[in-house]
Design a protein around this ligand. Structure first.
Ligand SMILES: [Zn+2]
Length: 164
């Protein structure tokens, strides 16, 4: 089955629940972010080391944001940063994220790899919740955590087929 047919089949069985590259699951409340304009990319910044990390995709709503606990982070010497999710979608958004890899003092650059997949690899945002169980089931046998194979469309659609 080619990928286009596979996508149609998954759609017919109601297994595709997020519009690819246009909707996300909020890292705070678990609800759907209906469009980029409704979301933030937010992260924490450590004053002492100037390191940035703990990136999240969340609703633009105080209850879902690190800013809700601003005072707590401030007391630990950290600050909150955020930017509208609309700055991270499309070709300019991809360039923005690659810029993060090059220009920022990141705590863990694999966080940005994950954001690039979530924002730029179709269907990954919905499939990512099943990667742990897919790993247990041996779907990735012997491949590294950042291997291209794991994040190929064939594998992502196969995961939705099995677990969604
Ligand atoms: Zn939320």
């Amino acid at each position: 089955m080619n990928l286009e047919t596979k996508i149609k089949v998954l759609q017919n069985f109601g297994k595709i629940k997020l519009e690819p590259l246009r909707q996300w699951k909020c890292d705070a409340c678990g609800g759907i972010i209906e469009k980029a304009d409704n979301g933030f990319l937010e992260w924490l910044w450590v004053d002492e080391t100037n390191q940035e990390g703990n990136f999240r995709i969340v609703h633009k709503s105080r209850k879902c944001n690190y800013r809700e606990n601003d005072h707590l982070y401030l007391s630990k010497g950290m600050g909150v940063k955020d930017l509208g999710l609309e700055y991270f979608v499309g070709p300019d958004g991809l360039s923005e994220l690659i810029g993060f890899l090059n220009e920022r003092n990141l705590k863990d650059e694999t966080e940005i790899y994950e954001l690039i997949r979530r924002l730029h690899v179709p269907y990954y945002e919905q499939a990512r919740q099943y990667y742990d169980v897919a790993e247990e089931d041996g779907l990735f046998d012997g491949t590294g955590e950042q291997s291209a194979y794991r994040y190929s469309q064939r594998v992502i659609l196969d995961i939705l087929d099995r677990y969604a």
